[in-house]
Design a protein around this ligand. Structure first.
Ligand SMILES: NC(=O)c1ccc[n+]([C@@H]2O[C@H](COP(=O)([O-])OP(=O)(O)OC[C@H]3O[C@@H](n4cnc5c(N)ncnc54)[C@H](OP(=O)(O)O)[C@@H]3O)[C@@H](O)[C@H]2O)c1
Length: 277
């Protein structure tokens, strides 16, 4: 029986790609609630007394996180600390969206919840510190590591998938890496899984990604089959993009506790439902 009241859940960062699938509870936008304003976060949380806080706000401009470590630190570390302090003050369960980039990227095959983090990027380090903050300050928490998220549709998807879909739609040539592996994840499936975990009272660290791994080339090719089957997708290696050379080559994760549908099925649904011409 469903006893979890999702109307008592606060989501921070609900205006983003993943947050676009949250259709319940308190969802203040960035201008209403800034995670860098510790007093405002504490006041908002004490006033609304949420049973859980889903924390999706963070430094998500990957290029900028590597060029400007302070940007990553401020949002991912200080911002998360402010949210964790507020969650603790009302005894709320805290859900942190974390990342496959907490791992070193050298493993052959997907990282599971049993693998030890060893981040190699500024972004990864700040996400790992945010995990440590949540695990040490908050009594009841879910650390949800995910990777290569697609979602948000035409308006909010400005990252890899959105760029490729726009290139395909406009007939621009698509180039994509064939030598970096990751775990594609539909934001909609991520949010549904978080709801399920909250409802079942599951707590701890979870890897949440659609089943299967892929390269960026695999993903671009799959999107082309749905949008423009005659498009040519050019496979390139990491040396092609200056920004890719320092990134991990393996961002694949799998879970010992959660199995989601295959990424191919989820991506097909995303393109057909949210990228209709
Ligand atoms: N996307 C992925 O592939 C991926 C993979 C692994 C982990 N994650 C994690 O999942 C979380 C959500 O990712 P996403 O892709 O949905 O990000 P996103 O689309 O960039 O959304 C982030 C949201 O946070 C808000 N925000 C930014 N700074 C804020 C602040 N100081 N105070 C309050 N809100 C603020 C943004 O609002 P404005 O736009 O108005 O600034 C936006 O609504 C992040 O923690 C990210 O690290 C994402």
């Amino acid at each position: 029986m469903n006893s979890f009241d999702f109307e008592k859940v606060l989501t921070i960062g609900a205006g983003g790609m993943i947050g676009s699938y949250v259709d319940f509870g308190y969802r203040p936008d960035h201008t209403t609630l800034d995670i860098l304003d510790a007093d405002a976060v504490m006041e908002f949380v004490k006033k609304n007394n949420p049973s859980a806080i889903i924390h999706l706000a963070g430094a998500t401009d990957m290029m900028k996180t590597e060029q400007d470590p302070l940007y990553a630190y401020e949002l991912n570390v200080r911002g998360t600390y402010n949210v964790a302090q507020a969650a603790t003050s009302v005894g709320a369960t805290m859900v942190l969206a974390s990342s496959s980039r907490v791992f070193d990227g050298h493993k052959k095959g997907p990282y599971t919840e049993d693998d030890a983090p060893d981040p190699q990027t500024h972004y990864g380090r700040t996400k790992y510190i945010s995990e440590l903050i949540v695990a040490s300050l908050v009594e009841s928490y879910i650390i949800a590591r995910t990777a290569w998220v697609f979602g948000g549709g035409v308006d909010r998807d400005n990252k890899f998938y959105g760029k490729v879909l726009k290139q395909l739609q406009s007939g621009t040539e698509v180039t994509a890496l064939y030598d970096v592996h990751g775990s594609p994840t539909y934001g909609k499936d991520f949010v549904a899984t978080i709801k399920d975990l909250l409802e079942k009272g599951e707590r701890g660290i979870f890897h949440i990604a659609n089943a299967g791994t892929a390269t960026r080339f695999d993903l671009a090719t799959a999107m082309a089959t749905h949008v423009k089957p005659d498009a040519h997708v050019r496979a390139v290696d990491r040396s092609y993009f200056a920004s890719s050379t320092t990134l991990p080559t393996n961002e694949s994760i799998s879970s010992k506790r959660i199995t989601l549908r295959p990424w191919q099925e989820a991506l097909a649904e995303y393109v057909s439902e949210e990228w209709k011409a």
